[in-house]
Design a protein around this ligand. Structure first.
Ligand code: HEM
Length: 341
């Protein structure tokens, strides 16, 4: 596997879309359309991203803070002595906030039922996407009959370079709206509470100075790098388009590059100029960056106000499988906490 590592090299590759193209389709086991605008290069990329921008702009997302806070408070108030964070707090928060952001609160329970991955993995480890295919088809069929002005309703009638989007393009954009901020934000929220359970000095500092929470989130997103790598087609090495040669951009290596970060394996509250690229770099930089940061900030603020302390229970299931970075939890299958008021 050709992995591009280090802050400088990853940034350079992420900028050079002619050599490292995003024109590909991943997850072929579970979908037969591209996730958009992720898997396309300019000029289509630019136009598709512009279509989605109104729901993800910093200004729009900031207006949602009071509603996000209500969601976080309701969830946190419902907990008793023990809570499973990945599903009961993180995933609930994510789908309910997306219901508000996208204007589709009626779909929240169905989104929740898919779990943190969007795809459902069976007992044999095989992934399935048919529930999502059914949802996308039913949603856009319904929108053909009854137009709406929510995010999918607007995509349904939107134009790209003077033509309507195809069904597969609509599926690809809707899919990424649903999938982009799930396991990534689950990891960020779970990882933050996991760290504060293990580091009481940081817990006390954040309690005393909650204005440090946004910087703490930046440090956690750097440390965790919830989307550790993404692939590109190396156009210079690909001779047969049927057999693309891939290159992997290792965001996690950039975020743990010792030339940029002092003791990158440490989580520091006083890290100055945190030049991480956990949300990507260049044209494909995460469109959900403001949404993810606001969700995490609101959850941490409310959580820290409500609970004085918490500990990780042994029933938790964490994976540490990032080859060069085994000290980073790569996955929280479940995070059980015992809380103290
Ligand atoms: C901690 C949370 C998140 C992390 C770490 C993260 C990370 C990333 C990264 C690294 C990329 C760039 C991929 C590449 O260059 O190939 C990306 C792109 C993207 N993300 Fe996120 N993401 C997060 C949350 C979200 C949320 C909340 C949403 C929306 C609901 C979202 C939607 C997207 C979309 C649509 C793209 C494609 C952008 C484009 O191609 O122009 N992400 N994300």
């Amino acid at each position: 596997m050709n992995i591009i590592k280090g802050s400088r090299a990853v940034r350079e590759a992420a900028r050079d879309y002619e050599k490292y193209s995003s024109d590909l389709q991943g997850d072929q086991d579970v979908r037969d359309y591209k996730q958009l605008p992720l898997e396309v290069d300019p000029p289509d990329h630019t136009e598709m991203r512009t279509l989605l921008n109104p729901w993800f702009s910093k200004e729009y997302v900031a207006t949602l803070e009071p509603e996000f806070r209500k969601i976080a408070k309701n969830l946190i108030d419902s907990f008793e002595d023990e809570v499973e964070i990945t599903h009961e707090l993180a995933l609930q928060m994510i789908v309910q906030c997306l219901g508000v952001t996208s204007g589709r609160p009626q779909d929240v329970q169905e989104w929740y039922s898919w779990g943190p991955d969007t795809w459902i993995t069976d007992e044999d480890g095989i992934r399935h996407g048919d529930h999502l295919d059914r949802y996308l088809k039913a949603t856009f069929d319904e929108l053909d009959e009854h137009p709406t002005d929510d995010i999918f309703g607007v995509l349904n009638t939107a134009e790209l370079a003077g033509r309507k989007l195809t069904r597969k393009e609509k599926y690809g954009m809707a899919n990424l709206v649903l999938a982009g901020g799930r396991d990534t934000v689950v990891k960020l929220m779970s990882g933050s509470l996991w760290h504060l359970a293990n580091n009481k000095e940081h817990l006390n500092k954040l309690k005393a100075e909650p204005e440090l929470i946004p910087e703490f989130i930046q440090e956690m997103v750097r440390f965790l790098s919830p989307l550790p790598m993404m692939h590109r087609v190396n156009t210079e090495e690909t001779t047969n388009p049927e057999q693309p040669v891939f290159a992997w951009l290792s965001f996690v290596s950039a975020n743990h590059d010792t030339e940029i970060f002092d003791e990158p394996e440490q989580i520091k509250l006083d890290r100055t100029s945190n030049r991480h690229i956990a949300f990507g770099y260049g044209r494909h930089t995460c469109i959900g960056i403001h949404l993810a940061q606001l969700e995490a900030k609101v959850v941490l603020e409310e959580w820290l106000q409500r609970f004085s302390d918490w500990e990780v229970l042994p029933t938790s299931e964490l994976m540490f499988e990032l080859e060069d970075y085994v000290y980073i939890p790569s996955r929280f299958h479940r995070l059980d906490l015992a809380v103290t008021y």
